[in-house]
Design a protein around this ligand. Structure first.
Ligand SMILES: [Zn+2]
Length: 344
């Protein structure tokens, strides 16, 4: 990919963390080979078919690409299947925009500005949910961090805060920051003191969770600002710090607690918590007051059967619409130049 060929879209109107970018490379020799040899098309027909071609969303966004697609970090990538040089390698750039209150306006404005001819840009929609979106976000975050260098802990924290509170200028807040700590003074939000950023206990707990999720491996747990923790250790900390109570998780079994934590994290973001319809679409966490009331009462045997149990936490995954914008400009140019001989 020549630097001059990269025509950036202006995405500055979108809140951070609402767009995921993917690049998929395709070998034009391989794809032409597939159309002529496997599908039996004549070269001319194959050329016009290739020109119309757009990979599926799965092909554009998966990390395990198969022929004729591939991923490469090289500046001048070669086809891993047939060895053809960069001249034969074309690129699709895909932008996955999370639908919602904060992105609908900028998305419509962006689409209006794009060229309409020759399908230079394609838009595809997909229904998803807050949980899937959250895992995709985590996966992208994990790939963008250098886990060997401990500064990633601060970077992961910043990305989470950006996702959670997109209107704050986190770049400024994190400028020359040395550490992130749990605050014992504030119960909500954050405050900066010198080189340190203090997070309210709830936020701090969530930062730990994100760090755990990004770095976890099955055998060794995950890295956090509080060192390497197994899932059990992490849950214990969250319980003792009062975080589980705070968000209304009463489950005891670690697997169940973990699932509820994921649902909670996935659902607490502005674009997914926007009310789009009935209240049942939204996150509802029952208050745990009933349980406290019960324990404060005298243990009267005759009442035992009537004791009201707290309602189970109902955390419902929220629907999210994903908008995939595929930039085919570079692909179209390459196809034209490489297949010039067939078209003439
Ligand atoms: Zn190839």
């Amino acid at each position: 990919m020549a630097p001059k060929a990269k025509r950036e879209l202006n995405l500055s109107e979108f809140p951070p963390g609402t767009i995921t970018e993917y690049t998929t490379l395709v070998c034009l020799a391989c794809i032409f080979d597939i159309f002529t040899k496997q599908l039996g098309l004549a070269p001319r027909t194959a050329f016009s078919e290739v020109k119309r071609h757009t990979p599926t969303i799965a092909e554009l966004t998966s990390r395990g690409a198969t022929r004729p697609y591939f991923d490469s970090e090289e500046k001048n990538p070669h086809c891993p299947y047939c060895g053809k040089a960069v001249r034969w390698v074309a690129r699709f750039d895909t932008y996955c925009i999370e639908g919602g209150k904060t992105t609908d306006g900028p998305r419509r404005a962006l689409l209006k500005k794009l060229p309409k001819t020759d399908d230079q840009f394609l838009v595809m929609g997909k229904k998803s949910d807050s949980r899937a979106v959250f895992f995709e976000w985590l996966d992208t975050l994990g790939h963008s961090l250098e886990l060997d260098d401990e500064s990633w802990l601060l970077e992961a924290t910043r990305k989470y805060l950006e996702r959670r509170e997109p209107k704050t200028k986190w770049d400024d807040v994190f400028a020359e920051l040395r550490s992130v700590r749990r605050s014992s003074r504030i119960t909500e939000g954050w405050e900066r003191d010198g080189g340190r950023l203090f997070l309210a206990p709830g936020l701090y707990s969530e930062a730990l969770l994100i760090q755990y999720l990004v770095s976890r491996s099955h055998a060794h747990g995950g890295m956090t600002l509080e060192g390497r923790l197994t899932l059990m250790e992490l849950i214990r900390r969250l319980r003792y710090s009062g975080y589980l109570d705070q968000i209304g998780i009463t489950a005891r079994e670690p697997g169940e607690v973990f699932e509820k934590l994921i649902d909670h994290l996935a659902a607490t973001h502005e674009w997914s918590s926007v009310s789009t319809g009935s209240r049942s679409d939204r996150v509802t966490i029952s208050k745990q007051k009933a349980a406290k009331k019960k324990s404060a009462k005298k243990p009267a045997k005759s009442r035992k059967g009537k004791t009201t149990q707290p309602e189970p936490e109902a955390v419902i995954t929220e629907p999210v619409k994903l908008h995939y914008l595929v930039d085919r400009r570079e692909f179209l140019e390459k196809v034209r130049s490489v297949y010039a001989s067939y078209a003439s």
